[in-house]
Design a protein around this ligand. Sequence first.
Ligand code: F0G
Length: 459
Amino acid sequence: MAFQTIIEPFRIHSVEPLVMTTPGQRRAALAAAGNNLFALRAEDVLIDLLTDSGTGAMSRDQWAAIQRGDESYAGSPSWYRFLESVQELFPFEHVIPTHQGRAAEKILFTVLGGEGKIVPNNTHFDTTRANVEYTGAEAVDLVIPEGHDPASMHPFKGNMDLDALDALLTEHGPERVPVVFVTITNNSGGGQPVSLENLRGVRAICDRHGIPLFLDACRFAENAWFIREREPGHADRDVADIVREIASLADGMTMSAKKDPLGNIGGWLATNDAALAERCRTLLILTEGFPTYGGLAGRDLDALAQGLRESVHHDYLRYRTRSTAYLGEALAQGGVPVVQPIGGHAVYVDAGRLLSHIPPLEFPGQALAVALYEAGGIRGCEIGSVMFGLQPDGTEHPAAMELVRLAIPRRTYTQSHVDYVIEVCLSVAERAHELTGYRITSDPRPLRHFTARFEPVDT
Ligand code: F0G
């Protein structure tokens, strides 16, 4: 008989100590950090759910692969192993390695962006939006309306609004829209997947307008797993096969290998367009390095080659999505509003609803994130009006949602760590009405959320 408990499909081989702190120490750390959790020393954090980016545990076989790393400047065997692993899942002709995802974005939008250009996406992540806007282009988010409703149970809330996309492309055409992006899974929108059917729809619209389709594919394996689980007709498919189908619908991709590819660093840009690849490689050499290593050491390329193979294992993805859902379901059962359905890499607490007494521009997400750290040493990340409220023209508009993301590093924390997180979150939620909002006292831009300082509005 098949047993029901879904276990971690690994055992622990090397451990890192966690440092316990007192509430007094955490208050002092917050004061020194200007209430910005990015400014904390990581050692002052007990459970670090700031991001799932580069924070996962590598496997024994990845550490072994590191030892095979060949540091030849050009044409290293590590590069060819990396290339083979990438093309096994994403058979694009031109693969350009970069040190992380935003380097790929910077290069691509430097070539494709510029004043007057418009880049649609289901939802741009912060660095993607910033890299588009930095060139003078406009970043437009066109996720389906359900994607903005934290309570909606739509199985593919990352889907692109096809009518809105068609209307935008009809109005502006390929002269102004150089590329259409789809982010899988939709990180800023709650880690929600995009269905294959929706991707096919986007592809058809792009074809009609003669515009290339690119994927921001950081969490491709989790997205493919959700397709297998939720989209009719795919339940028996191999995830790697679903990934290849996703790739076949696109003309290119950007990737942060710090997410699903199970690396601590890395990324790439890929395309079938030889002329575009040529222009990107020229920029790559300027800032990242030679095209067979990008900004990476040979050993990083080998770790990623192995990580990519592990990223599509079904036992791993079953455990990964189940353990994230375990946290989300416990919070929801305890009365904490969370974005539904639970995404793959994170649980998103709906701070706008939990702290409805705090107006959006007093940053309810920031208030909740600070309170979780103060109460239990848990570091989450505001994804709301701190991150997205400041417009390129300097005005402030509330973001579509006020969320706190509790991102789960891959293969890193155990179920009892998560049980502790649940206990802390429920205790903070019980006194949510006592929390007050924040104002920003210094906000460098763009991407102010990384370095801004905050003080409570009641001081
Ligand atoms: N695209 C998406 C959807 C992302 O989530 C990220 C990073 C990037 C691009 C940029 O990649 O960090 O390698 O330069 N997201 C991280 C996060 C930082 O916390 O979600 P990068």
